[in-house]
Design a binder for this molecule. Sequence first.
Ligand code: NAD
Length: 432
Amino acid sequence: MKICIIGAGYVGLVTGCVLANIGNKVTVVEKNKEKLRMLKNNQMPFFEEGMDELLNGVKEKNMIEFESNLKEVKGIIDIYMISVGTPLNQEGIIDMTAFNSVIDEISSLSCNSGILVIKSTVPIGTSTLIEEYLNRGGKRWVTASNPEFLRQGSALKDTIEANRIIIGTNSNKVAKLLERLYRPLKRPILIVDRNTSEMIKYASNAFLATKISFANEISILCEKVGADIKMVVKGMAMDPRIGGDFLGAGIGYGGSCLSKDLSSLINTANKNNVEVAILKATETVNQRQRMLLPYRLKEIYGRLKGLTVALLGITFKPGTDDLRDAPSLDIIRYIIENGADVRVYDPQDRACKNVKNLFPEIYIAKDCYDALSGADAILLLTEWSEIKDINWKKARKLVNRRLILDGRNFLEIEDIEKYGFKYVGVGRGAYS
Ligand code: NAD
């Protein structure tokens, strides 16, 4: 098939390369000039495991090309897919500007009909509304909802081995076409109506966020009663009805999706006068967890002013260079505002460059050990393997005070304490 994908982000580019790799001719439209330049030169505009090779492979076979504008896309397109960003605006409401401008571009195309698949996460009801909008002058567009579930850090694997492909459509013809498109991946497909499909995406992310906040809530109780959240979760996860994923206590979730999708669902509830107590509590707990480490540091020292704080890992999770809604940003801001010096290390250069642009006063270290030099406290924020593998025997000589606050609970207390470090985790017994 001939596919046109609009938006070469984490979703659009990975999807485009995978669809090209299974035999489709793909054109990806990307309006960001720098991204487009890189893609045309076979360079990935962001870090994602395995994508360099795949991009080069499908380009070599001439299965994918990149354009700056929909009007430049040649030939008859079987399926248009939209995967532009739908971030939150200042008021906490989904900003549909990029999405709506693509819809206007599609609407001004000369063709009178087409199939538009919506991969962007959009408020429930959008796919139906967009179909009405595109057809207002008598055109015959058909929209379908096909939400994306990939995770940054394992985006390629998650696309090739998707645990489910959700197709929301009220057209049998489109359902069959999309089934045919995805069949080579041999993954489970569920066909539903468009609103249900859009709700599956939101409900899934809200549930994942709730699992994390649940673990965080229990972790605070663990500290009070002298229990270890890691073992509590391990014990809980032995029950297959519970499972162990997304139950890591720490500084809470971040990234471009969980917070904004939860906010969007809460807005939908508000508009419909529905009380969503669990969703709101999930948000509240996450906000509290985010500031846990700097608040604790302040409690331990009685101040932050004059301290040197080493932050290891700033991306919202390992395996990505993305800083969108990363808890590290709120933590850095708070620490700086309270008068401490910040030394940052992250294995991703792009993330370091971006954080330096946001906070010019921070020091970007060359490696973990450079970050630790003279530190009064070490805050562990992302469980990169490089950070997991730090030689603490060497590190103990570099710091000013041996204090570690582990925001991801990834170190073992005994491994650290034998080098004279004081270890403060989240939910792992009393911390002071
Ligand atoms: P992204 O910001 O990484 O990429 C979006 C791309 O669209 C950008 O490169 C941007 O320049 C481009 N774009 C914007 N307007 C355009 C236009 N008019 N024409 C062409 N290109 C345009 O976003 P993303 O992370 O890939 O997310 C895309 C959507 O998928 C969002 O709705 C998001 O909620 C959803 N989603 C994201 C993930 C994830 O892990 N990132 C997972 C599931 C779903």
